[in-house]
Ligand binder design. Structure first.
Ligand SMILES: [Zn+2]
Ligand SMILES: [Zn+2]
Length: 126
């Protein structure tokens, strides 16, 4: 059913499509507007594509990828990102300025976790 391939294929901002945030296993999706707004701001500052490597995760998928049980990916408040042609540390500095409340720095796997948790800010590195 070709029509089903269009599920979540909705542009939600100039450079983002809802499908990019959907869970890979079930296509379910939750996305907080604050997270999207900050990602749009990041995209505008970078003038480069921001690749969402993990957006919403259903509980089964989160478990499969080894996410923590209370992961912000489960409630649409988190995204993992990669950006080409910029060092991870430079990207981190820009994300600090945009003031994401949670930032995880994953040096080996070369991605940043970003979230808009409502509780106190958190920073970690792996
Ligand atoms: Zn799923
Ligand atoms: Zn993450």
């Amino acid at each position: 059913m070709e029509m089903l391939n269009q599920t979540n294929n909705i542009n939600i901002a100039k450079h983002f499509n809802l499908a990019e945030f959907a869970c890979p296993c079930c296509k379910r999706v939750m996305l907080h507007p604050k997270l999207l707004a900050k990602l749009v701001e990041l995209r505008d500052v970078l003038v480069r594509s921001v690749y969402i490597t993990s957006g919403y995760r259903c509980p089964a998928y989160n478990q499969k990828v080894g996410g923590v049980v209370n992961s912000y990916h489960l409630i649409g408040l988190a995204a993992d990102i990669q950006v080409k042609d910029i060092s991870l540390i430079e990207l981190l500095e820009i994300c600090e300025e945009i003031d994401f409340s949670g930032i995880g720095f994953y040096e080996k796997k070369n991605f940043l976790h970003l979230d808009v948790r409502p509780t106190k800010p958190s920073r970690w590195r792996e």
